[in-house]
Design a protein around this ligand. Structure first.
Ligand SMILES: O=C(CO)[C@H](O)[C@H](O)COP(=O)(O)O
Length: 253
């Protein structure tokens, strides 16, 4: 019994602390970004994912403590719910087509701050909102900070497609660039994952030896009929904050 307890402790205690430090690294990055970039009486984009939850937490604290007004434009159903449940002002691109900044997460960033986004399936609205922002600010934990894409994030580059085109798009991407393309399946429902926009998602596992010109790859992918948007964000980021396990934050621009 004692041996079993020790064994269980050896397995679960390190896992518990690494999960805690990952969460706290997300929080420090998000808090710093919100403190440095959100100005009173502006409209901002609210990204999607688990790190953005901490950004919204900090935003709410600032709105209450400083009694400021910030109009929040969501990038997904999740972001919309976050804004509403935190009592923030919900807006949209009709009312606010120009945003001061957008604060969003990322699945991976390379040395040039080219991003893979869309791990949570929200890339289309994220890219539209980011394109309307003067500054796209990325908040992430240290596991997203890479030199090359694919170094740490192994699920591939998400690509949103019109449902009827998913097979031809898959074949064209594999033919043009190599690697393999998979239709993303739902976890809690039988069948494919359907985006907030009613589309399907492909995940392209690109050849890792490729020294890629991601701007060109992104342009070529977007030219394929049926592709709605890609999860490659090239030359869009103003600044990225990567939280570290020790509570510090690495900043890159
Ligand atoms: O692109 C995204 C959702 O489509 C997210 O920003 C990305 O997946 C990062 O999420 P997290 O903060 O949970 O790591």
């Amino acid at each position: 019994m004692v041996i079993l307890n020790k064994l269980l402790a050896q397995i679960f205690i390190p896992k518990f602390f690494s999960t805690m430090s990952l969460e706290s690294s997300k929080r420090v990055a998000a808090y710093k970004a919100v403190d440095e970039w959100v100005k009173p009486n502006t409209a901002i984009g609210i990204g999607s994912g688990s790190t953005v939850i901490y950004a919204v937490e900090r935003l709410k604290q600032r709105v209450v403590n400083e009694n400021i007004k910030v109009f929040c434009v969501p990038t997904s159903f999740q972001a919309r719910q976050l804004i509403i449940s935190n009592g923030l002002i919900l807006s949209d691109l009709e009312a606010h087509p120009e945003l001061d900044c957008a604060i969003d997460g990322a699945d991976e960033a390379d040395a040039n701050l080219t991003l893979i986004k869309g791990g949570g399936g929200c890339l289309l609205q994220e890219k539209v909102v980011a394109s309307c922002a003067q500054s796209l600010i990325i908040v992430a934990d240290y596991t997203k900070d890479s030199t090359k894409l694919g170094q740490q994030y192994r699920k591939g580059i998400p690509i949103e497609v019109v449902p009827m085109a998913y097979v031809p798009v898959k074949r064209k991407i594999e033919g043009l660039f190599g690697g393999s393309v998979n239709l993303r399946m739902s976890v809690a429902k039988a069948g494919p994952c359907v985006t907030d926009n009613g589309n399907f998602l492909l995940d392209w596992q690109f050849p890792t030896d490729a020294d890629s010109d991601w701007a060109a790859v992104n342009r070529d992918i977007l030219m394929i009929p049926g592709v709605v948007e890609s999860g490659l964000f090239v030359n869009m980021v103003r600044k990225a904050y990567f939280g570290l396990a020790d509570g510090n934050v690495t900043e890159r621009c």
